[in-house]
Design a protein around this ligand. Structure first.
Ligand SMILES: Nc1ncnc2c1ncn2[C@@H]1O[C@H](COP(=O)(O)OP(=O)(O)OP(=O)(O)O)[C@@H](O)[C@H]1O
Ligand SMILES: [Mg+2]
Length: 417
């Protein structure tokens, strides 16, 4: 018997209580992770965003590259930084300023529709309500965080004001935005701070953080979120009848309402479990994206998820929660088009659910997983880091998915495009 397995056997025989063994392992792992993180991201380093080529900028604004060039030659509007070989680069904030500049020009000519095609902010006066999109499934690793972060960034890049909410105690979304959840957040720094039942609760507005992504703010997550699962049963038991404030399912919604004026879309990254947090997110949602990795086991677990969700939402509805979604869509994730069984499962889901399966699947790509290793998204890494084919295939699939969702958002607002 080797030393390691001897030790494991000893531990199992009870030479050390299990909780202590686990605590030791947790400590060892946490120390190693901290050391690794410090090597990768020195504490002082803040994440920043690359600049975008004029081609990318033109596509994001919705004009031709030639027209942008003309503007820059004429010295009109925000000016690009000119790099080697005369290449022109724009920051995301410049791109947004360009949009506003072009919208003003259009307005000056009385072309309101054109102005609105540049600046896509919702108009509450026209009944365009805050879109709250939950990305959910209790299947771990189904691509929730990856889909949520790319959707939030894509909507911000295309000119919407976006709030990302990390509802997962594991805080993977926050990590992608450069947070080290145990180190950077002290307490009451997650949405729990705004939805807790006691006197420590504080306004969501004070919890929201700006990110290095223009037009994209974040409510970070960490382990304290788990607290909501523990205290909600007690709050329910102690609730006085008629006290709507303590109804758990109304709390996320109320918190989001308090900042609604500042945003067009909220994207919530849900935890891989169907607890009070997820239910509260669903109750606050105007729309839902269920991520599905097309494998038989995952699809079987998805049917469990749907049964449980429907049961629980039914209970919430009877208790007075409102559940009217503008859209609910299944998003196929990590799709491998050449994998026969996967293609079959996708076909099967499409025949079952019809248009509720998004037309565009998110393909599996090393560009996405490699970017994830350095806590980046595909939008952040840029094309030069991959073989062109790999990057272009991934970005094409991503854009197809995100523009389909953007269109659903716009049609929920009653816009015709
Ligand atoms: N399209 C893709 N191509 C390649 N890898 C992907 C893709 N989408 C997700 N992944 C990888 O799969 C893993 C799981 O994805 P992700 O973290 O998004 O899932 P999740 O549903 O949020 O997981 P959890 O349930 O733990 O919150 C990650 O390592 C991610 O980088
Ligand atoms: Mg996740």
């Amino acid at each position: 018997m080797g030393v390691a397995s001897e030790k494991a056997a000893l531990d199992q025989q009870g030479s050390k209580p299990a909780d202590e063994t686990i605590a030791d392992d947790a400590q060892a792992l946490s120390a190693q992770l901290k050391a690794m993180r410090e090597r990768l991201f020195p504490p002082a380093s803040q994440k920043t965003l690359r600049s975008f080529t004029s081609g990318e900028a033109a596509r994001l604004v919705g004009v031709s590259d030639g027209y942008l060039r003309q503007l820059s030659l004429a010295g009109e509007g925000p000016q690009p930084v000119v790099g080697t070989g005369g290449r022109r680069y724009y920051s995301l904030a410049d791109i947004d300023a360009l949009r506003h500049y072009l919208a003003e020009q259009a307005l000056a000519k009385g072309n309101v529709a054109k102005a609105r095609s540049y600046v896509k902010w919702r108009d509450p006066g026209l009944g365009e309500h805050l879109q709250v999109i939950s990305v959910t499934n209790f299947k771990g690793g189904s691509g929730k965080t990856t889909s949520a972060v790319h959707l939030a960034q894509s909507l911000a890049m295309t000119g919407h004001r976006v709030l990302g909410v990390d509802l997962d105690p594991q805080a993977s979304l926050s990590a992608l935005f450069g947070y080290q959840p145990e180190l950077d957040l002290v307490g009451n720094d997650t949405i729990y701070g705004a939805i807790r039942y006691d006197a420590e609760a504080r306004p969501l507005r004070d919890i929201i953080r700006k990110t290095y992504f223009h037009n994209l703010d974040l409510v970070p997550g960490n382990l304290e979120l788990q607290e909501f699962e523990h205290v909600t049963p007690r709050a329910l038991a102690e609730r006085k009848s008629g006290d709507a404030k303590s109804l758990f399912f109304a709390r996320v919604q109320a918190a989001l309402q308090s900042v609604a004026d500042d945003y067009d879309v909220v994207v919530i990254d849900c935890p891989p479990q169907l607890g009070y947090l997820t239910l509260s997110a669903l109750c606050a949602s105007t729309s839902v994206i269920v991520t599905v990795h097309p494998q038989m086991l995952d699809v079987a677990s998805m049917s469990q998820f749907l049964f449980m969700t429907s049961d629980l939402l039914g209970v919430v509805r009877e208790a007075g929660g409102t559940l009217n979604f503008d859209f609910l869509r299944y998003l196929i994730t990590r799709f491998e088009p050449n994998d026969g069984p996967q293609a079959q499962i996708v076909g099967f889901l499409r025949s079952l659910f019809g248009e509720r399966v998004l037309t565009a699947p998110m393909v599996k790509s090393t560009a996405i997983s490699d970017a994830g290793l350095t806590k980046q998204t595909l939008y952040e890494v840029g094309r030069e880091n991959f073989s062109r084919g790999t990057y272009d295939r991934a970005i094409e699939s991503l854009e197809a998915v995100n523009s389909e969702i953007e269109q659903l958002v716009h049609s929920a607002w009653g816009r015709k495009e």
